[in-house]
Design a protein around this ligand. Structure first.
Ligand code: PMP
Ligand code: GLN
Length: 396
């Protein structure tokens, strides 16, 4: 909210989508798939909404979420990560991962405290920290591979630090944190009395055979300090459904529930029921989706190369980052404007995903490699990616 102007400034994602529409640009900005999620799952939702013999009532779901979905989340965690959760107290269904993030930060980021995250970072972390009266402090992911530097993270902890906000697999770099890195994070949290919120919405979208998602909750000692967040939007390519979940010890979940019950209280039982069917049996969708995202990533990766940009090979998720410094003297914001208005491709400037108050005290004027990066979404049809690549190769 811009108090001076008295207006709401839409998020960078919405602004980019609006620019894409205005300039008839291929939208490689906002991270949503441009095709629908599995038809059988959408049919399950339709049935849940209309057939009382099959689905739940269309009235309020319980605040913690439908038991059938909490049980499905529990079984899914047990199968994939070996973590055993109690669905009656250690799993809470939320209105998208966004609400789980909001409620966690409001529950644990005390006013005046600092909240640490690696950057670039997902935009809601900073805004929610501000709404909690706290300050987000960023630790840059290091090097061309965007690795989390756990020594730098620990060095950034002060007596005001209240939380660590982790995100693995990571938006926008695609970095999948290793078990060793997560172990270090849990150690830091325990030593300094911090709560970890680990945003794992891309857990089903690891695109490299030699990498594996590790949930923070699978790390020994995490139970006392960490919660993990998931999203059906990301897992099933159904971002509009806004069904997410949060898992952790009964004590932490309960504290967060105390906030969540006054944010939305609960969300659509029909969608919750359908997501439970999908988690119980994904009918091969997760593997298929990861394979098609990997093919889309490869196509965009080589297309951006041909256009003179230097993309990373994102190991997960929906996005890759391209270094623009060899192609232009423009900064990322000006380059994205040119890209939308003159080339016909919408993308996100990474400087909109970083923080002014940097843990390494880098001056705002100093050259910052993160300000020379642009995020491109590859969760799009191959035909959309091809059109975007053609435009960039011929017009840049
Ligand atoms: N966390 C990250 C890292 C994201 O990229 C997103 C965007 N999908 C969210 C959270 C929000 O998820 P949801 O749409 O389920 O609210
Ligand atoms: N998660 C999506 C992205 O990173 C955007 C979600 C939103 O528009 N708030 O692009």
């Amino acid at each position: 909210f811009d108090h001076a102007a008295g207006t709401v400034l839409p998020t960078i994602y919405e602004r980019t989508t609006a620019a894409a529409i205005a300039h008839e640009a291929v939208n490689l900005g906002q991270g949503f798939p441009d095709r629908e999620g599995p038809e059988w799952l959408r049919q399950a939702a339709a049935q849940a909404l209309t057939d009382p013999a099959v689905g739940p009532s269309n009235q309020y779901a319980p605040g913690l979420g439908l038991p059938v979905l909490r049980e499905a989340v529990t079984e899914d965690h047990l199968r994939r990560t070996g973590i055993s959760l109690d669905p009656s107290s250690e799993v809470m269904i939320t209105t998208g991962a966004t609400e789980a993030i909001a409620a966690s930060i409001l529950a644990f980021a005390s006013p005046g405290s600092q909240v640490l995250t690696f950057e670039p970072h997902y935009d809601s972390y900073g805004s929610m920290a501000a709404l909690a009266g706290a300050e987000l402090v960023g630790v840059p992911l290091s090097g061309p591979e965007f690795h989390p530097d756990m020594d730098a993270l620990e060095a950034a902890v002060t007596e005001r630090t209240s939380m660590l906000l982790l995100n693995t697999p990571h938006n926008p770099t695609g970095t999948v944190f290793t078990e060793q890195e997560l172990r270090r994070a849990v150690g830091i949290a325990r030593r300094h009395g911090l709560v970890i919120m680990c945003d794992e919405v891309y857990e089903q979208l690891v695109l490299e055979a030699d990498q594996q998602h590790r949930s923070i909750l699978s790390i020994s000692g995490a139970a006392e300090v960490a919660v993990a967040i998931g999203s059906a939007g990301k897992s099933f390519s159904l971002t509009g459904w806004k069904i997410g979940w949060l898992c952790g010890s009964a004590e932490l979940v309960n504290r967060i529930r105390g906030v969540k019950q006054f944010l939305t209280f609960s969300s659509g039982p029909g969608f919750q029921w359908a997501v439970a069917q999908g988690l119980q049996d994904d009918r091969g969708f997760f593997a298929e989706n990861a394979a098609s995202l990997a093919a889309a990533r490869d196509l965009l990766h080589s297309g951006l190369h041909s256009a003179g940009l230097r993309p990373n090979r994102a190991a997960s998720g929906y996005f890759l980052l391209a270094d623009i410094s060899e192609a232009t003297d423009l900064d990322d914001v000006a380059f994205c404007r040119l890209l939308a208005e003159e080339v016909g491709v919408a993308a996100i400037p990474v400087s909109s995903l970083i923080i002014q108050h940097r843990s390494d005290q880098r001056s705002a004027d100093a050259p910052d490699p993160l300000r020379r990066l642009v995020r491109f979404a590859f969760c799009k049809r191959l035909s959309s990616l091809e059109e975007g690549i053609d435009r960039m190769v011929s017009r840049l």
